[in-house]
Structure formats: C-alpha cells, structure tokens
Design a protein. Structure first.
Length: 107
C-alpha cells in the first residue's frame, strides 16, 4: 500500500510523520485490499487538523477528519474514525455476500 503524508500551512516533526505512516499501515491491514492512504496535516485558523483517507477495493474511500489542540491527538481521532468506518462496513459485506449465494436445501 502506498502511503502519502502531507503538511499544509504547518510543519510536522519526523516522528509524527513516522507515526502517521505506521498508524495508516496498521489500519490498512484491517481493510480489504487497500490501494493507497493519505494523511494531510493542516492548520485551520491556527487549529491543528488532520485528514486521513484510505482507498480500498472497488473504489471505496474512507475519510476521517479531526481537529484537536495538537496534531498527534487529531491524528489519533481521525484514524479512529476511519477504523470505525472499516469495522462498520465489514458486516454489511458479509451479509450481502450471503444473500447472493444460493441456499442449500436440506434433505
């Protein structure tokens, strides 16, 4: 999976960049066929914000946006939102796949 970390209108430390890559890598293991991930750090009117995007199979995009008093907390919150989206999407896929399969008749 390709991971891109970008900082807009702010500077981020190397350890925070490494944490973002590691966090997105762990989330990518949960997703079905992850294609690429993006983390965008920003400062919206002085408030640190983070946007996490994860592109998965069949063109699905999971997005988490959060702001906090520092970039590290905002990163954790945005990653938690994406993880929650992936957890919610998984049971739906299983139910949809089960509905498409023909039922076996018992004898």
């Amino acid at each position: 999976m390709r991971i891109t970390v970008t900082a807009r209108h702010c500077d981020i430390a190397d350890d925070l960049r490494a944490r973002a890559e590691a966090l997105l890598g762990r989330i990518g293991r949960v997703a079905s066929r992850p294609h690429d991930g993006q983390v965008v750090f920003g400062a919206d009117h002085g408030t640190p914000t983070v946007e996490v995007r994860l592109h998965t199979a069949r063109g699905r995009v999971h997005v988490g946006i959060a702001s906090a008093h520092d970039h590290r907390t905002a990163l954790d919150r945005a990653a938690a939102k994406v993880r929650r989206q992936l957890d919610k999407a998984d049971p739906r896929r299983r139910r949809a796949a089960a509905a498409r399969r023909p039922r076996r008749e018992s004898r």
